[in-house]
Ligand binder design. Structure first.
Ligand code: NCD
Length: 347
């Protein structure tokens, strides 16, 4: 066990993996680097299998029995609709009993309790913590606190500041696999506030698991992808291009991943002066996109993906958000070591 947080947090992700794993499985799910190709393939297959099983009542009852003896805390200190609801639904599917803290005004943190104590308190009552926090690295810190305590419970990072969103990246891969038949060899265009969007940061890192992927980043100048991710891609030999010409990037795209401007992270109103319109999709721009391509978005959306494009069959955003429930159900089943039991159950 690594004794100090400083020593662990200073290590690159690859060296931290063992600390957050047990018995060859993920124990905590904190950053995208934890997902390797075999795990991604297994989780996608598990998610598909669970979907099939629940088509009938007895399969649904079977899954609900698996974790009926466990409890979970959903600790969301930042706004969330689908990440919260899809995790909660995933817990319901597996029978977990759910508690939640969403409004920090109701938490003893307002009385000055430290995050470490708050997390340890949750662990006194539950068997899993799923958390969203506005601080980068906070979920990792929480997992370290628990893993060095006498009562560790797993932590799932449901979004940490402008940093990481590994379960979103998992559901994005699951969606790409479902709609494109795989990710290998695909050209993926990521659009919007790539600097502060944690979804695109985590998703970009997962691309190291696939062969022949090409990335194009289309962002306004102040919100270009940060150098750490660009360096990561270079190190892993993943070709990428940066552009402000969305139209040309769309012409040979297999997937377009739209994101909104993340102005909640503004320190000085820096989003205000930025012309975001060149990075909006429109009917005219959709006409440039190949017929087989898909349009994705982690949501919530603003003007970058107008509702008038919802009837276009390439726009899969609402299917993507539903995939989140199944991807997260698979992840929780994996963390609790239930994969074999679930796969042995025939639909
Ligand atoms: C994203 C998030 O919270 O990072 N939403 C989500 O989890 N589906 C994207 C966003 O808020 O723009």
């Amino acid at each position: 066990m690594t004794a100090s947080w400083e020593a662990l947090s200073a290590k690159p992700p690859a060296q931290k993996l063992g600390f957050f794993s047990r018995d060859g499985r993920l124990y905590d799910c904190l950053f995208a680097a934890q997902f390797d190709r075999p795990l991604l393939d297994r989780l996608c297959a598990l998610a598909d299998h669970m979907r099939d099983i629940t088509k009938d009542r007895s399969g649904d009852d079977f899954l609900r029995g698996l974790l009926a003896h466990k409890r979970v805390m959903l600790y969301f200190s930042q706004p969330s609709t689908r990440t919260f609801l899809s995790h909660m639904s995933a817990c319901h599917i597996l029978g977990l009993r759910v508690m939640e803290t969403r409004d920090l005004k109701t938490s003893s943190e307002v009385k000055g309790e430290t995050l470490d104590d708050t997390i340890r308190t949750f662990a006194s009552y539950v068997d899993l913590i799923i958390m969203r926090h506005n601080g980068a690295g906070v979920a990792e810190r929480a997992a370290w606190v628990l893993n060095t305590s006498p009562r560790p419970v797993p932590v799932i990072n449901a979004g940490s500041g402008p940093d990481e969103h590994p379960t979103q990246a998992l559901l994005d891969i699951y969606s790409l696999q479902r709609y494109l038949g795989g990710v290998d060899g695909k050209h993926i265009v990521m659009v919007g506030d790539l600097k502060r969007g944690r979804t695109v940061r985590s998703l970009s890192q997962l691309m190291r698991n696939f062969k022949g992927v090409r990335l194009t980043f289309a962002a306004p100048e102040p919100f270009r992808m940060k150098p750490d991710i660009l360096e990561f891609l270079t190190t892993h030999g993943i070709p990428f291009r940066e552009t402000d010409d969305l139209g040309s990037a769309l012409k040979d795209a297999d997937a377009v991943y739209m994101t909104r401007i993340q102005d909640e992270h503004d320190k000085d109103g820096e989003s205000k002066g930025v012309d975001y319109a060149p990075f909006f999709l429109s009917k005219a721009r959709m006409a440039l996109l190949p017929k087989h391509a898909v349009v994705m978005h982690p949501l919530p959306r603003r003007e970058e993906l107008p509702a008038e494009l919802d009837d276009d069959p390439r726009n899969v955003i609402f299917r993507q958000e539903r995939n989140g429930m199944w991807a997260r159900t698979a992840l929780i089943a994996h963390i609790f070591g239930l994969e074999d039991q679930v796969l042995a159950r025939r639909p």
